[in-house]
Write a new protein. Structure first.
Ligand code: CO8
Length: 258
């Protein structure tokens, strides 16, 4: 399959997937997520691949779901057709390790995508955040569930309620990123980790991943479903229209709490 919004390559037994909508800071739309899902599935099924690295550009891993695409959606669109959220859990079904190599912005859906990977190696310019609150919505792909598991309730609440960004050092300190390296060493570090994993027995690697996820996930499925219903519900509000219209038109939003 040929892809338009992602790039794929292999290095030894490592598959590298690069999100590739640089002008939009890798904003995640349905086409990109379909392509990503398809590439992940193909690499997972390929016996020649032992580990996958997911990365973006220097400026942005991904600045979130595509706000322009979401701006006009109403509750009926997102709930009935499962728009935006429909193909996001594909990453969770990948049985081989997936490492997120994050530089630049990892915001909203971008932060959620990074957190869906097995671990995050961050460049020193990385910035993580869940700024959905500024758009009149809430995180919709695991942000309210995975972030507290990664950084604890206090910091997760701080990030989700204020919409502020945290830098790479804070992300490592709080357990979101496993390592921070200088930007120009990011891919070398991620590939090094991936190649190391490829040298181990694949069954043990897959079993280790499965076991750690078991400890980590608990009742995550219920949490995700709960979050999804609330996320969809925010599209019934005027504040969602206002928040997204304001972003698209580069103005400050005026929320009316409706
Ligand atoms: N969607 C669409 N376009 C975007 C997005 C986005 N999320 N982020 C940036 N862009 C576009 C900008 O509109 C701009 O386009 P143009 O050049 O045509 O005007 C271009 O990318 C460059 O952006 P900026 O000029 O704004 O660059 P700056 O360096 O000044 O700022 C920021 C970078 C701070 C990252 C800024 O772009 C920003 O705040 N972006 C929005 C971040 C955000 O709010 N993300 C959350 C989106 S909502 C979300 O992710 C919900 C997830 C729901 C679940 C996902 C589905 C399951």
């Amino acid at each position: 399959m040929t892809y338009e919004l992602i790039l794929t390559r292999t290095e030894g037994r490592v598959a590298i997937i690069t999100l590739n909508r640089p002008k939009q800071l890798n904003a995640l739309n349905d086409q990109l997520m379909d392509e990503l899902g398809s590439a992940l599935k193909a690499f997972d099924a390929d016996d020649g691949i032992g580990c996958i690295v997911l990365t973006g550009s220097e400026k942005a891993f991904a600045a979130g779901a595509d706000i322009g695409a979401m701006a006009t959606y109403g509750f009926a669109d997102v709930y009935k057709n499962d728009y935006i959220t429909r193909n996001w859990e594909q990453l969770r079904s990948v049985r081989k390790p997936v490492i997120a190599a994050v530089s630049g912005f990892a915001l909203g859906g971008g932060c959620e995508l990074a957190m869906m990977c097995d671990f995050i190696i961050a460049a020193d310019n990385a910035k993580f955040g869940q700024p959905e609150i500024k758009l009149g919505i809430i995180p919709g792909s695991g942000g309210t569930q995975r972030l507290p598991r990664a950084v604890g309730k206090a910091k997760a609440m701080d990030l989700v309620l204020t919409g502020r960004m945290m830098d790479a050092a804070e992300a490592e300190r709080s357990g979101l990123a496993s390592r921070v390296v200088p930007l120009d060493k990011l891919m070398e570090e991620a590939l090094g980790a991936a190649l190391q994993i490829c040298d181990y027995g694949q069954i043990a690697v897959m079993a280790a991943k499965e076991a750690v996820n078991r400890a980590y996930e608990g009742t995550l499925a219920d949490g995700i479903m709960f979050e999804r219903r609330l996320f969809h519900a925010t599209f019934a509000t005027s504040d969602q229209k206002e928040g997204m219209d304001a972003f698209v038109n580069k103005r400050k939003p005026v929320f009316t709490n409706r």
